[in-house]
Each structure stands twice: as C-alpha cells, then as structure tokens.
Design a binder for this molecule. Structure first.
Ligand SMILES: Nc1ncnc2c1ncn2[C@@H]1O[C@H](COP(=O)(O)OP(=O)(O)OP(=O)(O)O)[C@@H](O)[C@H]1O
Length: 255
C-alpha cells in the first residue's frame, strides 16, 4: 500500500503548552488506523493539525506526496482530507440534508452524494429534513461523518467516534463505519473504547503526552498491551489489569 499521509517530527502547541511533540506517523492508502490515548494525550490536536484547523509549530505534514504543512484547511479539503471534529460542529438550524449539501459545495469528484450518504447511514433517511440541532447524539454523529464524506475524501479523520453516544447509536454508527472501511476507505479514528477501535482498525496507534508510544498492527498486539501503553505503564507484554492514574481517561474499558 502507498503512503497517503506522512507526518514527520510534528510539533503543535496551545500557547506555550506542547500538545504534539516531535510526532512521526504514516498512514497508507486503504488503511484504518485507531488513534487511542488518555485524555489530553494530544489526539484531537494531532487530527486538527493534520486537517489544517490548528497550526503546526514544527515538522511537516505530507499528503499524497505534497507538503501541505502550511496549506489552509479548505485547500486540504479539496485535496481529499476531511475531519469529523470532536463535538460534531453541525449547523444546528440547518436540516440534515442541508448540512450535507453545504459540505458538498467543496466536493471533489467522487461517489458521495446525499443519496449515497443516506444509503450508508440509513438512520438519517427518515430525519433528512429535521434540524440538526434537534437530533440525538448518534444522529448528529452520523450526519457529521456523512458531511465529511460529501467532500469525497481520500482520508477521513474522525475524532471521538462514540463519545457521548447511547450504545445503540454507537452500534449503528460503527456498522456504517465498518462498511466504509471494508469498502477500502482510508480512516484515522480517535476512539476511547479500545475494544471497538481494535475491532475495526488495521493498526492501533497510542499517544501519551503528545508522543506516539505504540504503533502496531492490531493483530500483533493484545488489548492489555495497548492499555499499558495508554497508561504509560511501560510493561507491554504483561496481561495485568489497567491501573487508574490521574492522567488516564476514566473509562478505557468498553462497558
Ligand atoms: N484550546 C486549548 N487551549 C489550551 N490547551 C488546550 C486546548 N485544547 C487542548 N489543550 C491541551 O492540549 C493537550 C492535548 O489536548 P487534546 O485535546 O489534543 O488531547 P486529546 O488526546 O484529544 O484529549 P481528549 O480525549 O480530552 O480530547 C492537553 O493538555 C489539553 O489540555
């Protein structure tokens, strides 16, 4: 598989606070990567920096062979990068369909249209004329992913896929995501539910304090090894239960 995204020695800050530190990562065409890590590990900042929504303080982002480190976010969209942001960020007064159509105005040529999005996310079909602000969390997440698909991305970055969703909504969103991945979509998804993440991804990348501490094919790592990396326990290979630390997310386990 060819490299689609290559991140090299990337730094990103919030004021003086380093959120992403000297981070290097490659995503190949057709790969599904689960990006995991505790609260504050830098996952959202990394995705936002790749999408151009946050400035890089150092390093480079190369997409399909071109250095896009200084490129405006909307130009990255036209090159095929789409971000589903944390918190969905829909237009609450527009309907589902209108939210999709707005994104479609920046679309690259490709298979995605309102109809194909509604096929991929059947839960949206009966509510296509409802205001986005009136939807449940799961409906909003599906709309937000659909909106990103409308740009016909080559790489889909999805932040916090299941955060705040009811279990039945998580099932539904993942059913659609799984089908997209099976269809060959290139996806990086940030997910706090490790089991979920590992069930759909080819590779798992774990961040801790702005750095990658684990980057491995899903089939070559146990859930406990990922949990250890997640908590910075440095004892990958053991099968001991996770230990709560103040920096850790309270619910890495799927309940
Ligand atoms: N807008 C901001 N202003 C200041 N600091 C920020 C801001 N956003 C994030 N940070 C800080 O940057 C670091 C990385 O945060 P980031 O949100 O990227 O991590 P994360 O892994 O996505 O965590 P979470 O799961 O909580 O979203 C944290 O220390 C966080 O407090």
């Amino acid at each position: 598989m060819a490299d689609l995204l290559h991140i090299s020695h990337l730094d990103a800050r919030h004021g003086l606070l380093p959120a992403v530190r000297d981070l290097s990562l490659t995503v190949s065409d057709g790969e599904a990567v689960a990006l995991v890590g505790a609260n504050g590990a830098g996952k959202s900042t990394l995705l936002r920096t790749v999408a151009g929504a946050h400035p890089a303080a150092g390093g480079t982002v190369t997409f399909d062979g071109d250095d896009i480190t200084g490129l405006a976010a909307h130009r990255r969209v036209t090159r095929g990068l789409a971000l589903v942001p944390e918190g969905r960020k829909l237009f609450p007064d527009l309907t589902v369909e209108e939210n999709l159509l707005v994104a479609g105005r920046r679309a690259r040529p490709g298979p995605w249209s309102v109809d194909t999005v509604l096929d991929a996310f059947p839960l949206l079909r009966p509510i296509r004329h409802k205001r986005a602000g009136s939807l449940s969390g799961g409906q909003q997440q599906a709309t937000s992913i659909g909106r990103a698909l409308m740009t016909n991305p080559r790489l889909l970055l999805v932040d916090e896929v299941s955060l705040g969703l009811a279990p039945v909504a998580v099932d539904s969103v993942y059913e659609s995501l799984t089908a997209l991945i099976a269809d060959g979509a290139t996806v990086v998804l940030v997910e706090q539910d490790l089991s979920r993440a590992m069930s759909v991804a080819d590779r798992v990348v774990c961040m801790l304090e702005g750095r990658v501490v684990l980057d491995t094919p899903v089939g070559e790592v146990t859930r406990d090894q990922v949990t250890d990396a997640y908590f910075g326990l440095g004892r990958a290979g053991t099968t001991s239960a996770p230990v709560e630390t103040p920096a850790a997310h309270p619910t890495p386990e799927r309940t």
